[in-house]
Design a protein around this ligand. Structure first.
Ligand SMILES: *[C@@H]1O[C@H](CO)[C@@H](O)[C@H](O)[C@H]1NC(C)=O
Ligand SMILES: *[C@@H]1O[C@H](CO)[C@@H](O)[C@H](O)[C@H]1NC(C)=O
Ligand SMILES: *[C@@H]1O[C@H](CO)[C@@H](O)[C@H](O)[C@H]1NC(C)=O
Ligand SMILES: *[C@@H]1O[C@H](CO)[C@@H](O)[C@H](O)[C@H]1NC(C)=O
Ligand SMILES: *[C@@H]1O[C@H](CO)[C@@H](O)[C@H](O)[C@H]1NC(C)=O
Length: 385
């Protein structure tokens, strides 16, 4: 049901007011009293979808969340990228997209960077004419959860092309392995990841854009702490897992507990297993796929000795869980050939190209265990460039 407010802003015909007119992909703290905005975005690759019709342009108002750094967004209309790399730094910003034609359309607003770098909000969406709605079907009912740290967020994956400073311009989670796989299957997903975080180790701290702002949190979360949050950067937020039960969970977690050849504390294995059991308790039927990254990918980030120790430790915990009859748990080892050359993104992280090669194998594996087929562009809920 479209809702109109015509008086407030003369040049605007329709302004979106209720959250019921929006579809969400990823975790979002909902705005109180069902309003659509201001909608805070924290997680990388999280999107809102707004259906509308018969407008010539659509305008989106963005602003940065105080106490955090900058973010980047992408905007799609009918799954086609119309604005890439909209950067939110210090100032609020309006972005207007001019449309080709009348008829029904879908606007997708996607945050492509992680909360550790910054959070932002959409303060409003409006049309010059036409109306919002009708709601599209909510997709195929496929759901994935993707859990990890920098690699899973696509940290530094654009470094080749964009350089590595500022770091928020070198990260695009939409072309990281997990979202690529979810998009292939038209699955909704949550990407639960934070650079530097381990099972025990805290992630990197948030650095506010203005040095005089207090950061939302002094230290980043561990991965298990992050997993419990509705808003990545808000330690007081809590996610209701019954709202989103994945059929497939993709995990690459704990590498940051191994650095420079030092062993993690002796309770690492127990805590790793405890976390996987927690994930299982929230998704009793899910296939849990632990990504076994080749040492060629982890070595440039944390050195040979740690890369080897981490790979062995993960394999051991998975074996132990299986031995205690933990069902539908898979260790998917990726071959070194996913790195087709020795090119690296930032701080030793994989490039977008390596992510794409990883995704091709993970897709096959997920297809094998779920019998999911790929979606055509016409049915996909997510994005195509
Ligand atoms: C809206 O679209 C029309 C037609 O393309 C264009 O002339 C106008 O300048 C646009 N308005 C804004 C605010 O971009
Ligand atoms: C965005 O557009 C709205 C409506 O015209 C206006 O009130 C607001 O000041 C604009 N914000 C910026 C940053 O231009
Ligand atoms: C979390 O709650 C505590 C205690 O109420 C409060 O002091 C703190 O500011 C809150 N943190 C955030 C990020 O809201
Ligand atoms: C590893 O050690 C080097 C040299 O001391 C240091 O610069 C680097 O930050 C360390 N890496 C990690 C992940 O601790
Ligand atoms: C998926 O199954 C096919 C057919 O059994 C097999 O050839 C292929 O290796 C499997 N792919 C993965 C990634 O496990």
């Amino acid at each position: 049901m479209p809702t109109f407010i015509t008086a407030a802003i003369v040049s605007l015909c329709a302004i979106l007011v209720t959250g019921q007119q929006i579809s969400y992909n990823g975790r979002f703290p909902r705005v109180s009293n069902g309003a659509a905005f201001p909608q805070r975005f924290s997680w990388a690759a999280s999107s809102i979808y707004v259906p509308f019709q018969d407008a010539q342009n659509v305008t989106i108002a963005f602003s940065r969340v105080q106490g955090t750094g900058p973010s980047q967004f992408e905007i799609r209309v009918d799954s086609h990228l119309v604005e890439s790399a909209t950067s939110l730094t210090t100032k609020p910003q309006n972005v207007t997209v001019t449309l080709a034609g009348s008829g029904t359309h879908s606007l997708a607003i996607t945050k492509i960077t992680e909360a550790a770098l910054g959070e932002a909000q959409v303060d409003g969406v409006w049309l010059d004419k036409g109306s919002f709605g009708p709601m599209r079907s909510s997709g195929l009912g496929r759901r994935m959860e993707i859990i990890g740290a920098s690699i899973m967020n696509g940290y530094g994956n654009l470094g080749n092309d964009q350089g590595c400073q500022p770091s928020y311009q070198a990260e695009d989670a939409v072309v990281a392995v997990g979202p690529l796989v979810a998009n292939h299957f038209g699955a909704k997903f949550g990407l639960i990841a934070w650079t530097g975080a381990g099972i025990l180790r805290k992630g990197v701290e948030v650095r506010p854009e203005n040095a005089n702002e207090q950061p939302l949190e002094k230290q980043g979360p561990t991965i298990p702490e992050l997993y419990s949050r509705a808003d990545a950067g808000d330690p007081n937020s809590s996610f209701d897992h019954s709202q989103f039960t994945p059929q497939v969970v993709l995990i690459e977690a704990g590498g940051n507990d191994f650095s420079n050849g030092t062993k993690p504390p002796s309770n690492w294995g127990a805590e790793y297993k405890r976390f996987l059991r927690q994930v299982r308790s929230n998704a009793p039927e899910a296939d849990i796929v632990v990504l076994g990254l080749p040492v060629d990918i982890t070595r440039p980030i944390r050195g040979e000795a740690s890369a080897q120790m981490y790979a062995q430790a993960v394999q051991q915990q998975v074996q132990e869980l299986k031995a205690e009859n933990f069902q539908k748990l898979h260790l998917l080892r990726l071959p070194a050939s996913v790195m087709q050359d020795s090119t690296l993104g930032c701080n030793g992280h994989p490039t977008a190209n390596t992510h794409m090669n990883m995704a091709a194998i993970v897709q096959q594996f997920v297809a094998n265990i779920t019998a999911w087929g790929p979606t055509g562009t016409e049915t996909s809920f997510l994005y195509h460039n």
